[in-house]
Design a protein around this ligand. Structure first.
Ligand code: ADP
Ligand code: MG
Length: 255
């Protein structure tokens, strides 16, 4: 008799029936309502939706920065709601990297010190390993030359690249980016997109990018659209390059 096939590996992330209510009574805001989807290792996706639609709320729940009112977030088969706080924090630190609209660098510290901060928090013990990781990560982002500079001596685009390096230093399986190019000009937006894409391809890191920028969203592989707390679309997106593409050239298909 043939052997039973191995069970397929659990997806990177499964989100099931997520609800989030802020406040209570008359002032309650139902920010998310029954959001469910699966996300594979190494996927590269965007979340779009109008201001106030629930995008950041969703990202914070995926990032284990907040807990849902109901519903579950499961990483690689582990229901995060079943874990105690220390284990949750440990998973967050090792599995997930965050990039925000504002870089939140520590201005009095060097680029190197900013980048290794999450590795220090994760308890990477020795200096040689820290330096090796930092150099590799700074290399990925073309920042080798500025490692010893103070963070506040950099341009806006460079600062955001340092923030991306910091998000990657613990080799996360998933990067969650909330409007990462919201504060950048077109050139730096293109640069950040290209870096995300090349890191995704080189390292297999998955990306979920909340963005208002159609140029960014239409160059990801999957677009999740949120409206009034509901996931109203989840579509595969045909990848197009960063170069000029005629309007309407994008093709979207249901997942
Ligand atoms: P988006 O990121 O799409 O702009 P948010 O997730 O920030 O949307 O917000 C979704 C809804 O939840 C909005 O109505 C917002 O005002 C509300 N909201 C977000 N965070 C909080 C909070 N901490 N307390 C109360 N209401 C909140
Ligand atoms: Mg937001």
């Amino acid at each position: 008799m043939a052997e039973a096939p191995l069970a397929p590996a659990a997806p990177l992330l499964v989100v099931d029936s997520l609800d989030k209510v802020y406040g209570s009574g008359d002032t309650a805001t139902h920010a998310l309502q029954g959001v469910s989807f699966e996300f594979a290792e190494a996927e590269f996706a965007a979340i779009i939706g109008q201001s106030g639609s629930g995008k950041s709320t969703l990202l914070n729940l995926l990032g284990l920065l907040d807990t849902p009112t109901s519903g579950t977030v499961t990483y690689r088969g582990t229901d995060i709601g079943s874990l105690g706080k220390p284990r949750r924090a440990e998973l967050r630190n090792s599995l997930i990297g965050f990039v925000f609209q504002f870089h939140h660098l520590l201005p009095e510290f060097s680029v190197y010190e900013n980048v290794v901060m999450p590795a220090l928090i994760a308890g990477v013990p020795d200096d040689a390993e820290l330096r090796r990781r930092a150099e590799e990560t700074l290399g990925l982002l073309d920042l080798e030359g500025v490692a010893d500079k103070n963070a506040n001596a950099l341009s806006g685009g460079q600062k955001q690249r340092v923030a991306i390096a910091r998000a990657l230093v613990n080799r996360p399986a998933l990067v969650l980016a909330d409007e990462p190019t919201g504060n950048l000009d077109t050139t730096n937006t293109g640069l950040v997109y290209d870096l995300f894409r090349s890191i995704n391809e080189q390292t297999g890191t998955a990306f979920i990018i909340v963005t208002h920028d159609r140029n960014v969203a239409q160059r990801t592989d999957r677009i999740l659209e949120v409206r009034d707390g509901l996931l109203i679309a989840d579509e595969r997106n045909r990848y197009i390059g960063w170069g000029d593409v005629p309007a309407g050239a994008r093709r979207r298909q249901p997942v």
